[in-house]
Design a protein around this ligand. Structure first.
Ligand code: PLP
Length: 371
């Protein structure tokens, strides 16, 4: 029998996550040597030196299993975030934690609600479990930032069988955010059969005055789960480490479905050390601010509209199907991210790189748009 027919219906119809194109792949395909990748919201400064040193020190211990409880990393996170270790669940990237939420709380008779243009992993983990994903319309620009999460529309989708609502704040790929004054009342009004996941993968980058992390609200909202990652501002995407902060009861449930050694020893050591380097984090954030300004100015000068972003990426409207522009940029040695799978077929998402990487992208864009 065809094994595809044996798979769960949700898995059979699943479109897998499309990652950014790796540099090595483009090198293999086109034989280019000067490639810039601005496609996966990685940190152009790389990781902290402290993280690299911790990695080196851990190298001679990789014959041993890692600490399955992640004690040292949880201790470091507790100190930095001011939360107890029993509230933390570690993941192999925050994607892993999002999947743990789906496995712990969703089933085929339940649904999860998320916004249009929200991070692609929410529908994937929902569908893979066999649960139903419900997509709320995003703002059309009249009552909130165009393409941003519309909390009223999300609230309207929530019903008896809704068990999880996923909110990215800020959101990828739009770079939009929800001010605390809107998100907090939304969370307060959720029915108590709904788990709220506030995904703060880009929290470190946000400088907007009306933005606030949801972490301090954990004591008020027992069903709240806040997720974060070391892949972005901490520059450790290749090691795969992220985490959730929640009530101890929810952390206990997530830990029941977690693989015993889901975070490897190198990742545990590097992440704990990275937390200790505040200087690297502030350099990362100021480089990002300058890069966002450089890109915004350049798009404005070229008459291209973009979605104002508080993250480490910016999504620009190329006013025509973006796939051929993406392909042409590849031939110029520049990898960006097409976002048609997010319902944005005329947009490209550009990760904020160094000043020089951004200039290389802009020169390539000019050549491509002239063609
Ligand atoms: C909004 C959002 N959440 C979560 C993630 C997952 O990141 P990771 O699994 O590397 O922690 C990403 C990565 O792109 C993201 O954009």
């Amino acid at each position: 029998m065809n094994p595809t027919l044996l798979a769960l219906p949700g898995v059979r119809e699943l479109s897998p996550y499309q990652p950014g194109k790796p540099i090595a792949e483009l090198q293999r395909e086109l034989g280019l040597d000067r490639i810039v990748k601005l496609a996966s919201n990685e940190n152009p400064l790389g990781p902290s030196r402290k993280a690299l040193e911790a990695l080196q020190q851990m190298m001679d211990q990789i014959a041993l299993y890692p600490d399955g409880s992640g004690f040292e990393l949880k201790r470091a996170l507790s100190a930095v975030l001011g939360v107890n270790g029993d509230r933390i669940t570690l993941g192999n990237g925050s994607n892993d934690v999002l999947e743990l939420v789906a496995r712990a709380f969703l089933s085929p008779d339940l649904n999860a609600v998320f916004s249009a243009h929200a991070f692609a992993v929410y529908p994937i983990v929902t569908q893979a479990i066999g649960a139903v994903g419900i997509t709320a319309a995003a703002h059309d620009g009249t009552r909130g930032p165009q393409y941003g999460h519309d909390l009223a529309a999300l609230a309207q989708c929530i019903e008896r069988r809704t068990r999880v609502v996923f909110i990215a704040n800020p959101n990828n790929p739009t770079g939009t955010y929800l001010p605390a004054g809107q998100l907090r009342p939304f969370l307060a009004a959720l029915p108590d059969h709904v788990i709220a996941v506030v995904d703060e993968a880009y929290v470190e980058y946000v400088t907007a005055g009306d933005y606030q992390s949801a972490l301090p609200w954990l004591s008020e909202f027992p069903n709240l789960i806040v997720t974060r990652t070391f892949s972005k501002a901490y520059g450790l995407a290749g090691l795969r480490v992220g985490f959730a902060v929640s009530s101890p009861q929810i952390a206990d449930l997530l830990n029941r479905v977690r693989q015993p050694f889901n975070v490897n020893a190198l990742a545990l050591a590097a992440a704990a050390a990275a937390l200790d380097d505040r200087d690297h984090l502030s350099k990362t954030i100021s480089l990002n601010q300058r890069g966002l300004e450089q890109l915004s100015r350049a798009f404005t000068a070229r008459g291209l509209r973009f979605i104002p972003s508080v993250g480490n990426f910016i999504t620009v409207d190329v006013e025509r199907p973006a796939a051929p522009i993406f392909e042409a940029l590849l031939r110029q040695g520049v990898i960006v991210r097409p976002v048609a799978n997010y319902g944005l077929p005329h947009h490209l998402r550009i990760t904020v790189g160094t000043e020089q990487q951004i200039s290389q992208f802009l020169s390539a864009l000019d050549r491509v748009l002239r063609l």
